[in-house]
Design a protein around this ligand. Structure first.
Ligand code: MG
Length: 258
């Protein structure tokens, strides 16, 4: 099953929907909150797709693909580096990442990531039962100001500018993660990242176990699982396409800020 959030026009209320054969059937509520199909399907091309989630938090894992850890010159971690992105980073598919003023940051990079959408309230998951808490998988870009962490001593500003989390375009609920899935990013048609979740230091189940040792995850919450090697700079006018296991592409632009 594929689920989306959409509006039928720029003035219509956003709704969740089921995406089937290029038709969207509206749902009465979020699919993880028992939403049921209602009304007539509309053609996908008549809908404006929105970020498919409305999370209470976006939890992220840094340094989780072996090739990205090597290219950054870090040690393989024994506990995951967790951080947040504020909800104001969320960018709808087809939107533009707005680069910060150059007085704040001059080196912004893409990080294509597999995003887990949580399906049920959960705490203290184990690696064995964690997949039961997953609603589905989508694509995200953990956009990062690479020049800020060395100055700041943390990643808060680096990860948090408005628009720094493009996400979507749909959630796939039937993806089998066990065999490893491909995470791919192109910029202006050039392949920058083409990794596989088999490279993960902490796999998806282990990440959910470690995150829920600390905090409750709510339905619709998002967990970004790290980025494969090949992260690179973004400049105004770039067109970014991210694909995770056939989901997407999530497409967004890039433009200069004030
Ligand atoms: Mg990342």
């Amino acid at each position: 099953m594929r689920t989306v959030r959409f509006t039928a026009s720029s003035s219509a209320q956003p709704a969740h929907g089921l995406l089937e054969s290029d038709q969207i059937t509206p749902l009465t509520a979020a699919p993880w909150a028992g939403g049921r199909p209602v009304g007539n399907p509309i053609p996908r091309e008549q809908a404006i797709l929105l970020a498919p989630v409305e999370p209470t938090k976006i939890v992220c894992v840094g340094r989780n693909y072996r090739d990205h850890i090597e290219e950054m010159g870090f040690e393989i971690p024994t506990i995951p580096s967790l951080f947040y992105k504020p909800l104001t980073t969320i960018l709808d598919p087809g939107g533009d990442v707005i680069l910060p003023p150059t007085s704040l940051s001059t080196h912004v990079e893409h990080e294509a990531e597999l995003a887990v959408v949580i399906g049920s309230k959960c705490r203290n998951l184990t690696s064995e039962n964690a997949v039961d808490a997953i609603f589905g998988i989508t694509c995200a870009n953990d956009v990062t100001s690479r020049d800020l962490p060395p100055r700041d001593g943390n990643t808060t500003r680096a990860k948090s500018f408005d628009t720094y989390c493009p996400i979507g375009p749909w959630i796939e609920t039937d993806l089998d993660l066990a065999a490893g899935v491909q995470v791919r990013c192109t910029v202006n048609g050039e392949v920058r990242q083409d990794g596989n979740t088999q490279q993960l230091v902490f796999d998806v189940a282990r990440i959910l176990e470690l995150v829920t040792q600390v905090m409750t995850l709510a339905p619709g919450d998002v967990v970004l699982t790290g980025s494969p090697g090949g992260t690179g700079p973004l400049t105004p006018g770039d067109r970014v396409e991210i694909e995770v296991a056939g989901i997407g592409p999530l497409v967004h632009g890039v433009r200069a800020g004030g």
